[in-house]
Each structure stands twice: as structure tokens, then as C-alpha cells.
Design a protein around this ligand. Structure first.
Ligand code: ADP
Ligand code: MG
Length: 223
């Protein structure tokens, strides 16, 4: 896969047992651009991010990343795609309680066999920038929700992902830190040449994005 990521979602449907989460979504996302996804709760925003990031597979249709259909990848190849190319910032953070925050941040690098001193130095400098350096040696349960969220963001950025997927990334932050986090996500995405996809309800953040996608009942209604 070449370095910058271009995505085509073609006629994608995702059904769960009783309901459809996505009902025929088609969209193209250009490498290095920023996309904002809005929509009511339950409209399919998170599901769309999971499909982009290879965490879920579509029931029908295709998710094509740099001309490669993700459905042709087996589970191991899909895991490699996630590790090498995708950074996730979830609405609820998934820090492991058994290790300190620095180890949590470094986990993707260790799991992917790409840990270097540079990865660690980057983690520390991002922690300084987000004012959570004092948290690195602590365990997640010793941190506030906002601090945990910033550690989560640093972990997502640790391997310079080419696709950065953020699901309500500022949900736990006050407005000053929200602005800071969004600015950081945008400037780092630009620095890595990454495609940035953000789901948010925050109107102040939303209005500054040039590419706006609106989800309604599993359908993309505007682009
Ligand atoms: P949003 O992020 O916009 O709130 P989601 O993508 O989480 O929406 O959910 C879209 C729809 O799919 C909702 O109706 C939700 O209940 C359903 N859904 C999501 N995940 C699952 C799941 N794992 N099992 C069953 N239904 C699900
Ligand atoms: Mg959601």
C-alpha cells in the first residue's frame, strides 16, 4: 500500500440482527484531507468509522483503500492494516488498566514490532504539548477523564497513522482543551499527510471543517 491513503466506500450496507446501521453509503475521501461527520445518535457515524478502520466488515458493498478492497484481506492482514495505517481516538477510551500510561501509548509500537527510541521520544513530546507529561508514569485510573482522553490521543498518534479516525474525541474535555486537541489532531494529520475523519457534535469545531458529511438513518444525506 502506498503511503498516503485514499478511500472509496461503495454501496456499503451494514446490518446487525434487527437493524441496519448503514444503508447504501457511497463516499470518496481524498488522501490528506479533513472530513467531519455529523448526525443524530444512532445514525451510523461510529459504524462508518469502524468500517474505515477495518474493525468491522460490511454486510454488502466495498471499502477500498488505495485500490485495495479491505474485504480481500484476511483477519491477520486487516490487523496489520490497522496497526500500520490507522489511528483511532474513540469516544470512550480503551486504556489498559494493568500498565502505566506511557506503556499504554507504546503498546501499538510494541505489538507491531516497530518500537524505537524515536517512538518513545515522540510520545513524551506530545505529552508535553498536551500537558499530560506528569501522567506518563501513572496508571489510567489515577487520571481524570480529560487526561485519559489526551493519553488516548497520543497513543493513536504514536505510529504516525495515515488515517486518523476520531469518534467524538473531545467528549471529555473542556472547551479550551477541546480546541487544543482538535488543533493538534489537524496539524499532526497535515504533518503526516494523514486523512483525518472526525465525528463531533461540537458546532464550533464542526464549522471549521471544509468537508462535511451528514448521516441520517444510516444514509449519507449531503457531502
Ligand atoms: P452513531 O455513532 O451515529 O450513534 P452507530 O453507528 O453507533 O451510530 O449505530 C447505528 C445503528 O446501529 C444504531 O441503531 C445502533 O443501535 C446499531 N448498532 C450499532 N452497533 C451495533 C451492534 N454491535 N449490534 C447491534 N446493533 C448495533
Ligand atoms: Mg457513535
Amino acid at each position: 500500500m502506498s503511503s498516503n491513503i485514499m478511500i472509496k466506500i461503495e454501496n456499503v450496507k451494514k446490518f446487525y440482527t434487527k437493524s441496519h446501521a448503514l444503508n447504501n453509503v457511497t463516499v470518496t475521501m481524498n488522501a490528506g484531507e479533513e472530513y467531519l461527520i455529523r448526525g443524530a445518535s444512532g445514525s451510523g457515524k461510529s459504524t462508518l468509522l469502524y468500517l474505515l478502520g477495518g474493525l468491522e466488515r460490511p454486510t454488502e458493498g466495498k471499502v477500498i483503500v488505495n485500490q485495495k478492497d479491505l474485504s480481500e484481506l484476511n483477519d491477520e492482514e486487516l490487523a496489520l492494516y490497522r496497526n500500520r495505517y490507522v489511528g483511532f481516538v474513540f469516544q470512550f477510551h480503551f486504556l489498559l488498566s494493568s500498565m502505566n500510561c506511557l506503556e499504554n501509548i507504546l503498546l501499538p509500537a510494541r505489538l507491531g514490532g516497530v518500537y524505537t527510541d524515536e517512538v518513545k521520544e515522540r510520545a513524551i513530546s506530545l505529552a508535553k504539548l498536551l500537558q499530560v507529561e506528569h501522567c506518563l508514569e501513572k496508571f489510567p485510573y489515577e487520571l481524570s477523564g480529560g487526561e485519559q482522553q489526551r493519553i488516548n490521543i497520543i497513543r493513536a498518534l504514536s505510529l504516525k497513522p495515515k488515517l486518523l479516525l476520531c469518534d467524538e474525541p473531545t467528549g471529555n474535555l473542556d472547551s479550551e482543551n477541546s480546541q487544543k486537541v482538535i488543533q493538534l489532531l489537524r496539524s499532526l494529520a497535515r504533518e503526516f499527510g494523514a486523512t483525518l475523519v472526525v465525528v463531533t457534535h461540537d458546532p464550533q469545531i464542526a464549522q471549521s471543517f471544509s468537508n462535511q458529511l451528514l448521516m441520517k438513518d444510516g444514509v449519507l444525506v449531503t457531502q
